[in-house]
Design a protein around this ligand. Sequence first.
Ligand code: MN
Length: 725
Amino acid sequence: MESFSQHYDSLYAALERYMPGRDMTLIEQAIRYAEDKHKEQKRKDGSPYIIHPLAVAEIVTEMGLDTDAVLGALLHDCIEDTDASYDDIAKQFGDTVAQLVEGVTKLTRANFSSSEEQQMENLRKMFMAMSQDIRVVLIKISDRLHNMRTMQYQSQAKQITKCRETMDIYAPLAHRLGMQKIKWELEDLSLRYLEPEAHNDIMSYLKAREEHDKAFMRAIQEKITGRLLDMGIHNETYGRIKHVYSIYRKMEEQEKTLDELYDIYAFRVVVDTIPDCYNVLGHIHDLFSLVPGRFKDYISTPKPNMYQSLHTTVIGTQGIPFEVQIRTWEMHETAEYGIAAHWKYKQGDGAGSEKDFEWVRRLLESQQNTDAEDYVNSLKIDMFDDEVFVFTPKGKIVSLPAGSTPIDFAYAIHSGVGNAMVGAKVNNRIVNIDTTLSNGDIVEVITSKAGRGPSRDWLNICKSNQARTKIKQWFKKERREENVLHGRTSFEAEMRRLLLPLPAAMDEELQQSLLKKLSFDNWDDMYAAIGYGGLTATKAVGRIRDDINRAAKADKANTIPLKLNPEAAKGSRHSVNGVIVEDIDSCMIKFSKCCTPVPGDAITGFITKGFGVSIHRKDCPNANGRKDPRQAARWVQVRWDTAAEQPFETTLELDCITRDGLLLDVAMAMTSIRARVKELSGKDLPDGHSVFTVRFEVRNVAELESIRNRLLNIRDVMGTRRGQN
Ligand code: MN
């Protein structure tokens, strides 16, 4: 069991080494704060929880990060595991620290383990995308490193999950960020649990020959340093055995046993200047035999993760090959700590600013075209702009196009979820379903079996094609009748806009050719397609426009009655806009402006030239024309569809005695009975009278009558009249 004081002292020593002269007040305060918050918790090995944040802070300190990052590390589990809040931390330690802790918390809540390769790519992308501040990533990597170091206390199942995650996410990220040392440690620790036998084999093999290796490396080291001292080149040279995982991988890749594997030694010569590097290289090649084709100059051409060194492989005494890496101190820092080293050099000028993040982005971008075996291809620069990564309440990551809404999220989960959606929560708060989602949001869809299904508006709100397609599918399947109606309305409106006669007015032959042009078997199918959004009315009409115009021109006698739509005539009559036209189906209906009929009124229909059937009240003066024998054929019988429940516009004229405030009284009266007023205007007559015109919607004559009575009750309203325009 590890003790608090052990880790406390160790952290202080590190702070002393890496941040001499730092103000320790806040750090001390954060330690006390975390210790207090975590006081009820224990690590798996039984030691107090606080040793974990202390250890993570120590790793962060060794990376050379700043005070805010150290504070963030100390507090990194507070929001997730204790009652500490963002505001509380912000108040005591500042906004930056609170943001760092929150960032780490988001990553902690994310479930980064997944066996699907596809998901893997998303995970790594999202990890970066979520971490607005690179320090968040660095703290999280430190957190993982300490957890990996203490992995022996976890259950076997947990070991395997965590180690896979480490290999899939954390080690690649450490590599990408140039943090070689941490990457190696993460890989070795993972291998220990993922391939315990292989790990043991390698370890015991190395153990068995430890004395031999040490002697060998000492001899080489002395030979090198001896020469360099003679030449007056200040240097630090040491040998090491390559890390376990890289030996393991070499065995796998080259299908070799441990005995067959050479090239497990690496020597490092660290010098003061770049000229020294090349100078040393010459001496190495002079001392030992060079293995051809193994020299690499990463000084003139740095690796994408900023790594710089000269690499060469030579053969020493006993015929054993070994690699020599030659670098300056600065290159060494960069190789060990990667991006964190960069951090260290530019400290003091607003660390953690947007500029730093830009720098990371460029770094990641520059890695795109390197190292085919690497995953870096998956990390595109536009990932930050094009995608947004959010969580399900269970921590599964969902990747959506930037700007996505809860609707997109719901359909990304399952079309059933989307179709049953009645609302959404983001980060536990109810939001509008058109809310734009941000990276790291936890999104919960509220569903109801009684839900009415998607609304057509959703098609305009959603961002992802997936959601749009699924919504369209739903409309296609669930709402055929509604689609047909909706589609026909749009289609007819478009026809009217272009002053085209209805296709139903065409003879059968033309009809067939039009349908063929539209690639539909019948009109209803086409209307349905428009209705669910598979085809726009503009497009549909556009396709047949020329044909209709041509036919209309050819047909000089444009006054013939509408022909039947043979398809529809077989079935029961359909009402259009609430009116059934005897003998004719699928025809356009319009209500005459002159008498504004409403359901209940006795009506008649007149076949217009190319605009369908116009409906008049029977008592409308314009309807007298039906008595004209020359036009008799164009007057048809029509009736109200009693099942239709749609509103009709009508007009009432009020005869009134002029007085102040009367218009207001009329408006109030209409409002009080919730009448849907479209227009209200008044006109004074010379004799102290005035006429008010009210245009409004009603469903039927009964409703119209009740509105009329209400208006007649207003003082100074003397009479009403149905509108005559
Ligand atoms: Mn932790």
